[in-house]
Design a protein around this ligand. Structure first.
Ligand code: GLA
Length: 378
């Protein structure tokens, strides 16, 4: 073989075996928000046929294509094809939520002896609360995007400065979230934040998964295992009571594998409050080191997903508020329980629960948090 041919063969092999060989992802135009701010989309690919697209609006993951056990690819996250549909409003499809993801009772908390009031935008069981950062949370702002590359992975870093007083929260919060897609089939999420005033922070990723492929019906057959022996029971307003309750003997016990549908309609009081699963599990690992939190197996396609995190909690929500009114990417309506979320995070309402791990970020501290969604098929 001639030297030139050999070199081009080697180059082709490298391109196929390394995500980073494809270079830094470039932002591509994806439309404009109502005030004319341009939004860009970044596409990350790996050598195993996984492709993840994310946009600067809400740091939203638009699509995530992974192969099934036969190598057939499908898009396994719920969402829309156009920015206009996201701007009309979504139940946080694919977004980063914050400044405080999940609920704060009455939208009120006290910090350093000072009361703070947030907008209340949610009212389960007739009890008002602040949900997912407020009226215009991190899911509805335009982040600054930057394509990244390193050996074996492509990435995109989204940065956002949340100003002092934004949505009622104290302090200028400088935040970044980086998505890496590696040749090991990891979608790795790294959050970093600093502040100039003490503030609660709880950011998480709100992708809705359906490992059969979005638009392919309900998620009730997915089998879940959680590394969690306890959960935080809630009241009718989905606010934790403060108790850490053992899951043993309840429909929330996923210490061994159970299908979502097996006990989802149980008459257990907690399940009634949530309208199904909509609870925070207390992860066994509370060390702050990256540890396995959950595994998911979808029997018809063989797709599996492992969730690893440095966070102490995991909100499992099984799409109880989806009602068929939104039509997704493949033109099919998203019906009741057609997607589920596994949101790694701190416990809901932590600013009002002194016994929960703190969510208060102090000036001079750097918040660092990592979550990995790992994809295989068997
Ligand atoms: C979270 C909450 C749910 C619901 C969804 C968005 O997962 O726990 O109760 O509000 O977000 O619809």
């Amino acid at each position: 073989m001639q030297m030139k041919t050999l070199l081009s063969c080697l180059a082709a092999i490298t391109a196929f075996t390394s995500a980073s060989a494809a270079g830094k992802p470039q932002g591509q135009p994806f439309g404009k928000t109502g005030d004319g701010t341009p939004v860009e989309v970044y596409t990350l690919t790996n050598s195993k046929g996984i492709r993840l697209r994310a946009m600067t609006y809400g740091a939203i993951v638009l699509s995530l294509e992974t192969p099934d056990r036969n190598g057939k690819s499908a898009d396994i996250v719920l969402g829309f094809n156009t920015l206009a549909e996201y701007l009309k409003g979504t139940p946080y499809f694919g977004a980063v939520v914050g400044r405080y993801g999940n609920r704060i009772a009455q939208g009120k908390f006290t910090l350093g002896g000072k009361p703070f009031t947030l907008a209340t935008n949610n009212e389960p069981g007739g009890m008002k609360c602040a949900l997912h950062g407020g009226l215009k949370g991190f899911d509805k702002v335009v982040w600054q995007g930057e394509g990244l590359t390193k050996p074996g992975a492509q990435g995109v870093k989204f940065s956002y400065l949340s100003k002092d007083g934004e949505e009622g929260y104290p302090g200028n919060l400088s935040l970044s979230v980086t998505y890496w897609l590696s040749d090991d089939n990891d979608w790795r999420i790294e959050y970093t934040a600093t502040t100039d005033k003490a503030t609660p922070v709880n950011v998480t990723q709100h992708s809705y998964f359906n490992l059969k492929g979005e638009g392919n019906g309900d998620i009730l057959g997915h089998e879940l295992t959680f590394k969690a022996a306890k959960f935080t029971p809630v009241n009718v307003g989905l606010i934790p009571t403060g108790e850490l309750r053992p899951v043993k003997g309840t429909p929330l016990d996923f210490t061994t594998a159970h299908a979502i549908g097996e006990r989802v309609n149980s008459t257990d009081e907690q399940m009634k409050f949530g309208g199904g699963y909509d609870h925070n599990w207390v992860l066994d690992s509370q060390s702050g080191a990256l540890a396995l939190a959950a595994t998911v197996y979808e029997p018809t396609t063989g797709r599996t997903m492992a969730v690893l995190t440095t966070e102490p909690g995991l909100q499992f929500y099984c799409g109880n508020f989806l009602d068929g009114k939104l039509t997704g990417k493949s033109g099919k309506p998203y019906q009741f329980r057609n997607g589920f979320c596994l949101e790694t995070q701190h416990y809901p309402d932590s600013p009002n629960q002194p016994s929960f791990p703190t969510t208060i970020l102090q000036p001079g501290q750097t918040l660092k948090s990592t979550t990995v969604y790992r994809f295989t098929a068997k």
